[in-house]
Design a protein around this ligand. Structure first.
Ligand SMILES: Nc1nc2c(ncn2[C@@H]2O[C@H](COP(=O)(O)OP(=O)(O)OP(=O)(O)O)[C@@H](O)[C@H]2O)c(=O)[nH]1
Ligand SMILES: [Mg+2]
Length: 204
């Protein structure tokens, strides 16, 4: 559940971006950083190897006007997608604040089908280890890299990756396409559950 500060009128949500290596998680955060005006974004913290692949995690705090009366701050985290970083992923997930919502960034390229499926299993396993379940969390599936030539159809990807009634968004993250929509979708879902409990208004 997001944290609410009624005196300061601030709601804070923690979202986790997960997915296979090179799928575009860090690119999503960079694009969001570029979209946001200065005063509504914090520093984008990248902890990457020399080859630009995330080694520990990326972190971005960003503020959006989604609620009437309340300022909403989203803390966005990624973890490294590479398989051999699973121990790192587990450690980071234990250290991060409790996850309020998850975005799975799938790579649409045909040769990344197995990597998507493996990462999705790994996500479920690692959430479970932290006492969480994808079935109880707001969750959005992003099909990224729709601009590339050798990609699966969206129907194929849905058949393989859909878990529940999640929203599916097509994206070209390095062009900023679908990135805001993805964040909006996961935050809306998160805040809809929340507003019923706390009686605040969600707009948009
Ligand atoms: N063509 C294309 N390239 C993309 C797109 N999104 C990201 N990329 C590129 O894919 C590469 C990997 O993107 P990253 O954002 O670093 O991937 P990641 O998921 O953070 O990878 P790890 O940190 O290894 O887990 C980069 O070179 C991006 O510029 C897209 O939609 N289309
Ligand atoms: Mg990365």
């Amino acid at each position: 559940m997001p944290a609410i500060d009624r005196e300061e009128k601030v709601i804070t949500c923690n979202f986790l971006y997960y997915g296979p290596s090179q799928g575009g998680k860090t690119t999503n955060l960079s694009a969001l950083y570029n979209f946001a005006v200065n005063k509504s974004r914090g520093n984008l913290v990248n902890l990457a190897t020399q080859t630009d692949r995330t080694m520990f995690f990326d972190y971005l705090a960003i503020a959006f006007d989604i609620l009437e009366d309340y300022k909403t701050i989203f803390n966005l985290y990624t973890v490294p997608g590479q398989l051999f970083y699973d121990a790192t992923r587990k450690t980071i997930l234990k250290t991060l604040p409790v996850v309020d919502g998850v975005v799975f960034v799938a790579d649409s390229q045909i040769d990344r089908r197995d990597a998507n499926i493996e990462s999705l299993w790994n996500l479920q396993h690692n959430l479970q280890s932290n006492g969480l379940s994808i079935y109880n969390l707001p969750y959005v599936l992003q099909l990224n890299k729709r601009d590339l030539p050798n990609i699966c159809t969206t129907e194929e990807m849905k058949r393989e990756l859909l878990l529940k009634d999640e929203i599916v968004i097509e994206a070209v993250a390095d062009k900023g396409i679908g990135v805001l929509e993805t964040l909006r979708a996961v935050s809306k879902k998160t805040l809809q559950n929340f507003k019923q409990k706390h009686n605040v208004l969600v707009s948009g």
